[in-house]
Every structure is written in structure tokens, then in C-alpha cells.
Ligand binder design. Structure first.
Ligand code: FBP
Length: 564
């Protein structure tokens, strides 16, 4: 296979990892914190996770090597990539592999093929120097593939244990988002409940950026994805500013939270950007969302700027209260009824009509037919509506056109409106990881190895201080149960890792909110250009703006400055 010049050059890149992991690994130790509690529903989770609930936070530190004195033992580990692609995944595997081999050259790493189903069905491939080297610092998950199978039935748990025993695994590493790490927690608990010592460790992956909290500052993949989308948005902004005739409606991936849209807005200064969490908080209706776009269109037309850019988070429809209610009813109805009738081509409205509330049915009927159909499509294995397939950009364009026609009739607008829709998602999920994601992924892999070497299970690898230089990052582990609470899924209460939504009181949103009224009217576009892999660190190694703003806010009080 022919390799591009960039791929060949990126093979030579040596990721920077935290100082404590760059040295002889036998000279490290684990500092144990206090026992932990889950985010909520403590009693229920304690009962569900009898063996793994409440473990202590750990930090990897320089020391005598006491906790990791078994680091050099020969080990066999299996690794799974789970869910959507995220740049940096290959580097997590490379870091894990290098850690294992640094511990003992005889250690082995198996990659489960096609995601969690590889573990259930025992489809695995031993990873070699040649395979790892051919994937260092590359995007995609093509080394071993990924999948969205959820390990949930008793048979699937038993089959997973059977495979792990057959391969004589010491540990399984699951690289995934909130749902996949929930699976990691359940698997760790199950293995112990069956008297098995096979460990399970998770790593935080998702371009969506919604697997984050005090201990997990970011998931890998977010940085590369937002930089890729921001390059494209910036290019479009420059194009509209040249042609001055189109409005571009750009839907951005991020199935629930709007971290991607917010970061892209900070990097590109569009005219309008919605943050779903604010829409939900302020209870904006669909028509209020449309009115805000129209307001910018009307004002810009009056200022002879009949063009612009609107950013729409992928999950927006789920956050508009009336739409959320409709989707919830559809989820519950679809879960309760197998959907056979729907797949046989019967009109969905006829099938569901009697089962939905009056308001939900009326709203569904009022939507353009294509959108109504998209809302009824199959749920993913975790019960989520597949928002990436709902054409929110088209929905908003058609509603804005309608509203502008009314405004024209009322003499309140007399411009030309010509709109184009886009969806940026897959373009960013498999890009060559930025230096930040290459370093972060690799560091997570090494960290996962150290947690395994220390005998831990039911943990997520964590690397903190990410807005600092990679050498200064702080690796450790977070007990998975600490990140969990109960949530309604498929019509029942299930233990899950809580998704992190955009915090409307935090610095990144406040920075956006302070500037957006100006962006709505004036042309304030910012053109970030493409990801730079070679050059000065301030250009190549920068973390996302979200992390920089969050760090500034964290450190400001220490310096006696105001948080505002
Ligand atoms: P993960 O949550 O698995 O990381 O995937 C995130 C994501 O990229 C979302 O932004 C998007 O909605 C979804 O995957 C699309 O996935 P698919 O192509 O499997 O439908």
C-alpha cells in the first residue's frame, strides 16, 4: 500500500509523555487517595458493584517502586477499541504495547477485532512490533477495528470471561466513551464476582469531549476533531466573506453535549452558534432558535452583509424541550414495541400514533417528513437516537426560509437568503492525531499499563494538567464507579457513567457568551488554518481553547485573581 509523505514522516514522531512515565518504570509508585463514592445513587451502586465500589483515586509518582514491584512480570493483555473513531486511539495501543514490552519483552498484547464483539466471540490478533509500528501516530481505528456492541446479557458476560481465560489474559483494556467505560466497570465487577483475577482498565476516548470531569480533563480525539472542523469552518468563512452570497449551516458532531460546537466557535467566531445545554436551560422552543438565526440574517442584510455561518451541535434537537419530550416518548415506545411493523414499511405515524401523547404526535406530524422519518430510525445498542443521521441543518434552513418569507411580507426584511447545509463529523474522526492527541493517547496507554502492573481493576486511566506541557502531565487512575449514577435507559434504571455537558457557568461558555452578540452582526471570522505537526510548540502542541480557558480559571484564584 502506498504511504503518504505525512504518514511516513509521522512514523518518526516520538510522543512526549509525562516525565514520571518517561523514566525507568521500576522507579515509580502509586499514591493512594481516600476511598471514593459514586456521583449519586450510592446505595444502589454499592449493591451493584460489590467488589469494585469505592476504590481509591491513584496517582503515579516517583518513588521506591513498591506498588509496581511486579512490573517486570510477563503479562498477556487484550485491548478493545469501542465506539466511534477518535484520533489518538492507535497511540493508546502503542503506549500500552511499549509499556508491556518495557516491563517484560515476553509480554503479549492481543487486539480484539471489531470492538467488544471481538471479546465475546474470541476474535483476536496478537499485536507485533510490525503492526504497532505501522500505526504509530496515525488516525482511524483500522489497526483492529471498532464496534458498538454492548456487553449486556449474561451469555455475553460469560463468553467474555471464557475468551479472556482461553487467551490466558491478565487484563483487558477498553478504550471507549462513557457507555464503553460503563461496560468496563460492569466487566471488572463481573470477573471478580466469578472469582477471576483478570483486570479491566478503561481509557477515555471520544471526539465529543463529553467524557470529562475533575479527574478526566478531556477525552483523546477531541483536540484533533475540533481542529479539523475549525480548519474547514474557517475556510468556509473566508469563502463567504469573498463571495458574500451564502449562509452556511454547519451541523457538527457531538451526539449529546455541545463541547465540539463551543470549541469550534471559540476557534472560528461564527455569526451564530447554538449550545444545546443553553437551549435546554433557557427552555428555547424550536421557533425561538429559528428567530435567533433570523435576527442575525436580518441585521446582517441591513448592514449589506447577506452572508454568514451558523454552527449547530449535532444533538440540538434532543435539547429543545418539546423535541426532547417527543424523542423520549419515541425511545420508550420503540423499546416497548419491537418495531417490526415499522421495518415492514407501515407508515410509522399510523403504528405509533395511538401510543404517543397528543402533543408529541402533533409535533411529529408538523415536522418535515424526512426529519420525522429520521427521528424514527433504529436506536444504537445503548438506546440512543442516532442524531448524526438527523439533518438538523436542513430542518433549520427550511424553517428560517419560512420565517424570512413572513418577515418579508411584514416589510421587516428585504434581503436575499441563500443557504447551504453541511455536516462535519466523519471528516475529523480519523484524522492524523494532533501532537496533543498523539502525546495524550500514548500517555494514556502507558498509564493503563502501570495500573495493570499495580494489580488494579475497575479503573480508568487518567492524565491530568493537560493544558501544561506534556512532560508536566500527571498520570493516575480513577475508580470507574466514582463516575457513575443511575439513568433511565431502554425504559429502565441502569448504572452509567455520567456524560459531561457544557457547563454554562464555566470559562469556555462565558468567553463565547461575551462575544457572540458582536459576531452575530459583524464579520469577525477567525481563520485557524490546518493542524500543524511540525514547527514551534506554541503552534503545534497547543491544547484546545476549552482546556486553556478552564486552566486559566482554575489557576486564577491561586494567583489571587478574579475568575471572571
Ligand atoms: P463515541 O461516543 O463512540 O465516541 O462516538 C461519537 C460519535 O462520533 C458522535 O459524535 C456521533 O453521533 C456518533 O459517533 C456517530 O457514530 P456512528 O457513525 O456509529 O453512527
Amino acid at each position: 500500500m502506498e504511504l503518504s509523505a505525512l504518514q511516513l514522516t509521522r512514523y518518526q514522531y516520538r510522543p512526549t509523555c509525562p516525565r514520571v512515565l518517561a523514566q525507568d518504570l521500576t522507579a515509580i509508585d502509586l499514591a493512594l487517595g481516600e476511598p471514593t463514592e459514586s456521583l449519586a445513587d450510592q446505595e444502589a451502586l454499592k449493591a451493584l458493584f460489590k467488589h469494585t465500589y469505592g476504590q481509591a483515586l491513584v496517582q503515579i509518582v516517583n518513588c521506591t517502586g513498591e506498588s509496581t514491584k511486579n512490573l517486570g512480570r510477563k503479562r498477556t493483555v487484550g485491548v478493545i477499541l469501542s465506539g466511534g473513531q477518535a484520533p489518538g486511539g492507535h497511540n493508546v495501543i502503542a503506549g500500552l504495547y511499549d509499556g508491556l514490552k518495557r516491563g517484560n519483552r515476553e509480554s503479549r498484547l492481543y487486539g480484539f477485532l471489531g470492538g467488544p464483539s471481538g471479546l465475546i466471540e474470541n476474535k483476536a490478533q496478537e499485536l507485533t512490533d510490525a503492526i504497532i509500528d505501522a500505526h504509530r501516530n496515525t488516525g482511524g481505528f483500522d489497526m483492529i477495528g471498532s464496534g458498538r456492541t454492548k456487553i449486556e446479557t449474561a451469555e455475553q458476560f460469560a463468553a467474555s470471561l471464557k475468551t479472556a481465560k482461553q487467551l490466558q489474559l491478565d487484563a483487558v483494556v477498553i478504550i471507549g466513551g462513557d457507555d464503553s467505560n460503563t461496560n468496563a466497570a460492569l466487566l471488572a465487577e463481573y470477573f471478580l464476582s466469578q472469582g477471576s483475577s483478570i483486570q479491566v482498565v478503561g481509557c477515555p476516548k471520544t471526539i465529543d469531549g463529553d467524557l470529562k470531569n475533575e479527574y478526566i480533563e478531556a477525552s483523546f480525539g477531541f483536540d484533533t476533531a475540533v481542529k479539523t472542523y475549525s480548519e474547514l469552518i474557517g475556510n468556509i468563512e473566508r469563502d463567504v466573506n469573498s463571495a458574500k452570497k451564502y449562509w452556511h449551516f454547519i451541523k457538527l458532531m457531538g451526539r449529546s453535549a455541545s463541547h465540539i460546537a463551543l470549541e469550534c466557535a471559540l476557534q472560528t467566531h461564527p455569526n451564530v452558534c447554538f449550545i444545546s445545554e443553553e437551549v435546554a436551560h433557557k427552555q428555547w422552543s424550536l421557533s425561538q432558535v429559528v428567530d435567533q438565526i433570523c435576527d442575525s440574517v436580518v441585521k446582517r442584510a441591513a448592514a449589506q452583509e447577506p452572508f454568514g455561518v451558523v454552527l449547530i451541535p449535532e444533538g440540538l434537537v434532543e435539547f429543545i424541550p418539546e423535541m426532547k419530550k417527543l424523542i423520549q416518548e419515541l425511545n420508550d415506545t420503540l423499546a416497548a414495541h419491537t418495531g417490526d411493523a415499522l421495518s415492514q414499511g407501515t407508515d410509522p405515524l399510523t403504528v405509533l400514533g395511538t401510543k404517543l401523547s397528543k402533543e408529541a404526535r402533533e409535533l411529529l406530524e408538523s415536522l418535515p417528513k424526512d426529519i420525522a422519518r429520521q427521528l424514527l430510525m433504529d436506536r444504537d445498542p445503548h438506546g440512543n437516537v442516532q442524531v448524526s443521521r438527523i439533518e438538523t441543518d436542513k430542518l433549520l434552513i427550511s424553517m428560517v426560509e419560512q420565517r424570512l418569507r413572513q418577515l418579508k411580507e411584514q416589510g421587516r426584511y428585504n434581503g436575499q437568503f441563500s443557504a447551504l447545509g453541511h455536516f462535519f463529523g466523519y471528516e475529523g474522526r480519523a484524522a492524523f492525531p494532533s501532537n496533543f492527541d498523539a502525546n495524550y493517547g500514548y500517555s494514556l496507554g502507558l498509564t493503563a499499563f502501570v495500573l495493570i502492573a499495580a494489580g488494579l481493576t475497575g479503573y480508568m486511566a487518567s492524565v491530568r494538567n493537560l493544558a501544561d506541557r506534556a512532560e508536566d502531565w500527571a498520570p493516575g487512575g480513577v475508580p470507574l464507579t466514582m463516575l457513575m449514577h443511575l439513568e433511565q435507559r431502554h425504559g429502565a434504571q441502569k448504572p452509567v457513567i455520567q456524560k459531561a455537558l457544557v457547563d454554562l457557568n464555566a470559562a469556555p461558555f462565558k468567553a463565547f457568551a461575551a462575544a457572540r452578540d458582536i459576531w452575530a452582526v459583524t464579520t469577525s471570522f477567525l481563520f485557524p488554518g490546518s493542524i500543524q505537526y511540525f514547527g514551534p510548540p506554541e503552534l503545534c502542541d497547543r491544547p484546545p481553547k476549552t482546556l486553556e480557558l478552564e486552566r486559566k480559571c482554575r489557576t486564577a484564584p491561586e494567583r489571587g485573581e478574579s475568575r471572571e
